[in-house]
Design a protein around this ligand. Structure first.
Ligand code: ADP
Ligand code: TZD
Ligand code: MG
Length: 581
């Protein structure tokens, strides 16, 4: 079937296609319309031709940011986000994002061009030589390589199905340079493409599992629902809301599940989190893992040993019992599982005892009141709470806007302070607590939804992807970045313990003007020192839709080391090096 460029006369008359076009046609056939990447050998023409064929191709300044964009596009749309990179170094830059997507259960496909197999396998030193497939394999859900043009359709189909079916994740697709210029008959090429039918089939839970779960829940005295980002991803918003409201059970939303029901919902126990984790007796996990973010489901945060029974809804059977015994595992997709719960509950399902609800309400009201006065503080320089009070109001007035958030104090405090009102509006550092997702997430959120984006960034966090302000300006995206500028990581007040001239390891140039970075590319830059100014600047940016960076001066003394997770931060107890023996 393959022919070379030196076709015979008869072949020249037939219509031909090539590897480039087959990749593009295969993606388009499967409803993939956006590509995030960085051009170069051997994929420059792939990006160009994709744009010519009507795809939107977003070129970034670094592959990791393009990869993060693809990953969050996958989370937001339930279709795999596609990242396109060059070989070896470009591939490695994208791989961090692919691994992060897999860790977070986001569907994504990293497509990288690669060097010639014959040379790579003999390690003869090709241009950007690397055995990319082997390196990608342990870091993603699946990895495939296509060597022949007629297999492109199947290769893309396998990548799509692997990314979105079951537990979603990252898939690597290796496309060697030679593949792109392979030529084949256009009609045979078209026939070789595969439209993936039902890429993420419903997974119906077993009736016995549903019954077991509902019987356990019915007898609970202090039930709790925990919603995780799997529940946000599943787009079963109505079912989840109905289940929560019909059961009357208080719920806690994990970071990226915030807004599935509004944080202001009367059943929200977010502001009484410690109490409900400790005192609940039956906990329903919906698309949330009992990993470090939930203290592995044990320890003092969860109350006495044996005081808790878990019901877990997850599409991945191996997630069950990963940390503690799951009394009622319910394996299936969240939409199907929660629908089955609703059916099994019937019309006479008991609501939780009033004393449980009242205890939670009292604790929540107390904590909310404590917080309220801190959020109103209008000082210069601002502390985190004063600044976040202003942003909380901006988001309250614009519940459709998407919030991207990273940093340490900037992350932990914003998560607690800023209420979310709708599903999939809060995008952040996820399972790894990784810095650097900010600008990639912001670009894709704006592109995929067309909605305004507010990115609230620690000054350190912002630095990991800050060059993409040019990308934001180039595509004229409605993104407002707020840099919480406290001169450093956690705080800006550390000094070099040796007394030497080097800056301390956690501090940056004081009073940096991040706003000028945005101005450099034609966007709007503003520096603010009070919550009022912050509120005005961000409101204006959100309404104008113009790329804006607000440099928000935060008191460098205000933060705490590692934000809310200081307990995970080992610190030396040896104060001075002992003298040599
Ligand atoms: P969080 O960090 O918010 O607690 P996690 O990322 O730990 O959330 O958990 C998400 C879970 O959701 C994963 O275990 C994943 O298998 C599961 N999941 C993702 N999509 C679905 C779905 N459509 N149906 C059921 N479970 C899902
Ligand atoms: N590198 C990567 C990729 N991810 C990380 N999480 C870190 C390093 C370590 N790290 C954190 O966990 S938070 C953080 C780093 C470097 C930055 C905190 O500083 P910030 O936020 O300025 O972003 P605050 O508001 O000053 O606390
Ligand atoms: Mg900082």
């Amino acid at each position: 079937m393959e022919t070379t460029a030196a076709s015979t006369g008869a072949e020249a008359e037939r219509e031909l296609t090539d590897g480039f076009h087959l990749v593009i046609d295969a993606l388009k056939l499967n409803g993939i319309t956006n590509i995030y990447g960085v051009p170069g050998i051997p994929i420059t023409d792939l990006g160009r031709l994709a744009q010519a064929e009507g795809m939107r191709v977003f070129s970034f300044r670094h592959e990791q940011n393009a990869g993060n964009a693809a990953a969050i596009a996958g989370f937001l749309t339930k279709k795999p986000g596609v990242c396109l990179t060059v070989s070896a170094p470009g591939f490695l830059n994208g791989l961090t994002a692919l691994a992060n997507a897999t860790t977070n259960c986001f569907p994504m496909i990293l497509i990288s061009g690669s060097s010639e197999r014959e040379i790579v396998d003999l390690q003869q030193g090709d241009y950007e030589e690397m055995d990319q497939l082997a390196i990608a394999k342990p870091l993603c859900k699946a990895a495939f390589r296509v060597l022949h043009a007629q297999d492109i359709g199947i290769g893309v189909a396998r990548a799509i199905r692997a990314a979105v079916s079951g537990r979603p994740g990252g898939v690597y697709l290796d496309l060697p340079a030679k593949l792109f210029s392979q030529v084949m008959d256009a009609e045979a090429g078209a026939q070789s493409l595969v439209k993936v039918i039902d890429p993420a089939p419903a997974q119906i839970p077993a009736p016995a599992a549903v019954k077991r779960a509902m019987e356990l829940l019915k007898d609970a005295k202090r039930p709790l629902i925990i919603l995780g980002k799997g529940a946000a991803y599943a787009q079963a918003d109505d079912e989840i809301r109905t289940f929560v409201e019909k059961s009357g059970i208080p719920y806690v939303a994990m970071s990226m599940a915030k807004g599935l029901l509004p944080d202001t919902h009367p059943q929200s126990a977010g502001a009484a989190r410690s109490l409900v984790l400790k005192d609940s007796d039956v906990v329903v996990l919906i698309g949330a893992r009992l990993n470090w973010l939930l203290s592995h489901g044990k320890g003092k945060q969860w109350g006495p040993v044996g005081s808790k029974k878990f019901i877990q809804v997850d599409i991945e059977p191996r997630e069950m019992d990963s940390n503690v015994e799951i009394a009622a595992p319910v394996v299936g997709d969240i939409g199907s599982c929660v629908s089955a719960f609703l059916q099994a509950m019937g019309s006479s399902f008991p609501t939780p005892p009033a004393d449980w609800i009242d205890t939670i309400k009292a604790k929540r009201d107390e904590n909310v009141a404590k917080m309220a006065s801190r959020l109103k503080k209008n000082s210069a320089p601002m502390d985190f709470h004063g600044a976040l009070g202003a942003l909380k109001e901006v988001v309250r007035q614009r519940p459709d806007a998407i919030l991207v958030n990273e940093g340490a104090n900037t992350l932990d405090l914003a998560r607690g302070v800023i209420d979310m009102y709708k599903p999939r509006k809060r995008l952040d550092v996820g399972t790894w607590g990784v810095m650097g997702i900010g600008m990639g997430f912001a670009v894709a959120a704006a592109v995929e939804t067309g909605l305004p984006v507010l990115a609230v960034e620690g000054d350190s966090a912002f630095g990991f992807s800050g060059m993409e302000v040019e990308t934001i300006c180039r595509y004229n995206l409605p993104v407002c970045i707020v840099v919480f500028n406290n001169n450093g990581i956690y705080r800006g007040t550390d000094t070099n313990p040796s007394g030497g001239p080097d800056a301390a390891t956690t501090v940056f140039v004081p009073g940096a003007r991040y706003d000028k970075m945005m101005e450099a590319f034609g966007g709007v830059g503003v520096t603010v020192t009070t919550p009022d100014e912050l509120y005005q600047a961000v409101s204006a940016a959100m309404d104008s839709g113009k790329p804006t960076l607000v440099n928000a001066m935060i008191d460098p003394k205000a933060g705490t080391e590692s934000g809310n997770i200081g307990s995970l931060n080992p610190q030396s107890v040896v104060k001075k090096k002992p003298a040599a023996a």
